[in-house]
Design a protein around this ligand. Sequence first.
Ligand SMILES: Nc1ncnc2c1ncn2[C@@H]1O[C@H](COP(=O)(O)OP(=O)(O)OP(=O)(O)O)[C@@H](O)[C@H]1O
Ligand SMILES: [Mg+2]
Length: 213
Amino acid sequence: MIKPGRFIVVEGLEGAGKSSAIATIRNWLQQHQIQVVCTREPGGTPLAEQLRTLVKQIDNNEQLAPETELLLMYAARVQLLTNVIRPALSRGDWVLADRHDMSSRAYQGGGRQLDELLINNLRSTVLGNTRPDLTLYLDIDPAVGLSRAAARGELDRIEQEQLAFFVRTRQKYLQIAATEPDIVSIDASQPLAAVQQAIVSALNDYFSGQADG
Ligand SMILES: Nc1ncnc2c1ncn2[C@@H]1O[C@H](COP(=O)(O)OP(=O)(O)OP(=O)(O)O)[C@@H](O)[C@H]1O
Ligand SMILES: [Mg+2]
């Protein structure tokens, strides 16, 4: 029987260092000769990438209602789970995700303050029992993260939100991370080398003995 792969998620605000963390984790997986499929959310399939464009674009003629934003995120997530994540895990590949469900809980739940019951219903239907084995949450002050992200170029619709939106989002992230044992919080305001070291030790702690079969 094929041993199912593991599901690792990287979370955090814009500019927290998720893309940098993904590179570190890919390296670690490569050293352990583990096949990995990398995903990003929203996105990761052709249709989900179109939904990503819709969610990020700035349309001055029609505001995107918060509930629409939430549903588009979950629509994209269903596509990705069905077509990419679950098939990869059942082949025995590992999945490395740049954002997943925790983002919706933090941004749409915390940032947009949408009804938790609605979000929880979507979560249980859409996720089923596909849950991350390990989530690395990169914690950053939103002002610091946004200034890192802004240095990279133009800001999208969500990135243009007021600071208060990201403060609420971070609060929700921290609240979730504090109560769920499979989420490891990393102080992402540290220099990159220290963040990388924290990531590698979390991987070693979490998957000791599992990575080699
Ligand atoms: N620990 C760090 N200290 C200082 N700068 C960092 C650190 N980590 C990443 N950076 C820099 O900050 C910028 C944003 O990092 P990165 O792209 O990894 O963040 P991200 O979380 O993927 O952002 P986004 O949400 O926009 O995709 C990059 O220029 C990166 O080199
Ligand atoms: Mg990134």
